[in-house]
Design a protein around this ligand. Structure first.
Ligand code: NAI
Ligand code: ENO
Length: 367
C-alpha cells in the first residue's frame, strides 16, 4: 500500500517533493498547505496535490492520520507547524522536515515529548530560487539527503523514509545533528554569508553610475549567485546554527587575515601558497566526483551553445540505442572543459557515446 503524504510549505523544496512523489507515483494521496493560496491552486490544477485546506483552521483535520508529513517552510516556521500538527497525530504518523539546520529542531522536538514520530531531514540540493513556480520533480535525483533520526522514530519508520527518498532518486545518509550543523556551516552557511558579504561590499564601493554593477563578470556572478536566495530563509538558518557558524566564520576570518598580511608584507610566497592550496583542494572536488559514494558515468562535450544542439546530440545517441539519464548545459567554462554534460546509466553507454561523439566534430571529455 502506498503511503499518504502531507506537505506544509509548497515552495521550492516542498513543491519539488510533491512533484517528485507524483512523478514517481509514490503516494496514495497527497495533501498540502501553504500560506500562498495561489501555489496551492496551481498545484491542484496541475494534479500535483489532491487536496488542500480552505483555511488554516482546517489544516489539522486534513492532515490527521497521514503516514508522512513533510515540513518545508523556513526552519523556525517548521517548528511551529510541528507543534501544531503533533497534537493531531500519533506515533503512526512520521513527521519530517527539510530545514537546513538540525540541532535546534531536534532539541525542540525532543523536549516537547511529542506524540508523533520525527526524523530530521535536509536535502543537499536546491537553488537561490524560491516558491512553487521554481520547483522541479527531478531536484532530488543523485542528491544527498541527510537524515537525523536521533531516536525519535522506530527502525521501520526510518526504513520507510529511506525507501521513499530513494524512490525519488535521492541518496539518503544518516548523520547526527551536531555533525550535520558543523558540516553545513562550513560548506553552505558560511559560504552564503561570504557571498552576501561580497555583494554588499560592491554595493557600498560602487560609484554613483553603477559601473561595478555593469562590469561585474562571470567570476563575481558565479561566486555570488546564492546571495539572491530568500533573506527570511537565511535569517532563520543563521539564527538556528549560531555556534557552528561563528566557529567556521572565525576560521574564515583567520584565512582572510592571513592573505591580508601576506599582501601588506609583499610576501609573494605567502600569496602564491594561499591561491595554490585552494586550487589544489578545489580541483580535487571535480563536482561530479564530489560524490564519492556514487558512481556516475558522464561525458562533457565541448559544443557551441546554439539552439537545437542538445536535441541533435540526444537524437544521435538515441539512434544508437544509448539511453541518457541526465543532460544539462554547464554555463561555467572556468570549471569544466565543455558546456554540455551528459550522464548515463552505465559505463558502456559512457564509453560508446564518447567514441560516437568524438567521431563527429565534438571534443569529448570522459570524467
Ligand atoms: N532553497 C534551498 O535550496 C534549500 C532549502 N532548504 C530548506 O527548505 C525549507 C524551505 O525552503 P525553500 O523551499 O527553498 O523556500 P521557499 O521560499 O521556496 O518555500 C517556502 C514556502 O513556505 C511557505 N511559508 C512560509 N511561511 C509560511 C507559514 N507561516 N505558513 C504557511 N506557509 C508558509 C511559503 O509561502 C513558501 O511557499 C527551508 O527550511 C530551507 O532551509 C533545504 C535545502 C535546500
Ligand atoms: O543554490 C545552491 O547552490 C545551494 O546550495 C542551495 C541550498 C541552500 C540551502 C541548503 O540547505 C542546501 C542547498
Amino acid at each position: 500500500m502506498k503511503p499518504s503524504v502531507g506537505i506544509v510549505g509548497l515552495g521550492l523544496i516542498g513543491g519539488s517533493l510533491a512533484k517528485a512523489m507524483k512523478h514517481f507515483h509514490l503516494t496514495s494521496r497527497l495533501v498540502a498547505y501553504d500560506g500562498s493560496r495561489e501555489s496551492l491552486l496551481q498545484a491542484r490544477a496541475e494534479g500535483v496535490v489532491d487536496d488542500f485546506p480552505q483555511d488554516p483552521s482546517q489544516l489539522a483535520d486534513l492532515f490527521r492520520g497521514l503516514d508522512y508529513i513533510f515540513l518545508c517552510c523556513p526552519v523556525q516556521v517548521n517548528l511551529e507547524y510541528f507543534r501544531l500538527l503533533q497534537g493531531c497525530t500519533d506515533r503512526n504518523t512520521l513527521i519530517t522536515d527539510v530545514g537546513s539546520t538540525k540541532e535546534d529542531i531536534m532539541a525542540a522536538v525532543r523536549s516537547m515529548r511529542a506524540q508523533s514520530a520525527f526524523i530530521g531531514g535536509h536535502p543537499m540540493t536546491g537553488s537561490e530560487k524560491t516558491g512553487y513556480k521554481a520547483s522541479n520533480p527531478h531536484l532530488f535525483e543523485n542528491a544527498f539527503y541527510l537524515l537525523t533520526p536521533a531516536g525519535l522514530s522506530d527502525d521501520q519508520q526510518l526504513q520507510g523514509l529511506l525507501e521513499l527518498l530513494s524512490s525519488m532518486g535521492a541518496i539518503p545518509m544518516v548523520v547526527d545533528p551536531q555533525t550535520h550543523d558543523f558540516f553545513t556551516a562550513a560548506i553552505s552557511h558560511v559560504p552564503h554569508i561570504l557571498a552576501s558579504g561580497l555583494v554588499n561590499t560592491v554595493r557600498c564601493l560602487d560609484d554613483s553610475s553603477g559601473h561595478m554593477h555593469t562590469l561585474a563578470a562571470g567570476g563575481f556572478k558565479d561566486i555570488t549567485r546564492i546571495a539572491s536566495a530568500s533573506p527570511v530563509m537565511w535569517q532563520q538558518i543563521s539564527l538556528t546554527n549560531r555556534s557552528s557558524i561563528l566557529q567556521v566564520l572565525d576560521r574564515l576570518l583567520q584565512e582572510l587575515q592571513g592573505i591580508r598580511r601576506s599582501l601588506a608584507d609583499l610576501d609573494a610566497v605567502g600569496i602564491y601558497d594561499f591561491f595554490n592550496q585552494a586550487k589544489r583542494y578545489r580541483d580535487s572536488f571535480q563536482d561530479k566526483g564530489g560524490r564519492p559514494l556514487v558512481q556516475t558515468y558522464s561525458v562533457t562535450v565541448d559544443v557551441v551553445d546554439e539552439p537545437g544542439i542538445i536535441a541533435k546530440i540526444a537524437s544521435t545517441l538515441s539512434t544508437h540505442g544509448i539511453n541518457i539519464k541526465n543532460i544539462g548545459i554547464n554555463n561555467n567554462r572556468e570549471d569544466d572543459p565543455g558546456v554540455l554534460e551528459i550522464v548515463f546509466y552505465d559505463k558502456k553507454s559512457q564509453q560508446d557515446s564518447a567514441s560516437l561523439l568524438s567521431g563527429l566534430e565534438y571534443p569529448v571529455y570522459v570524467l
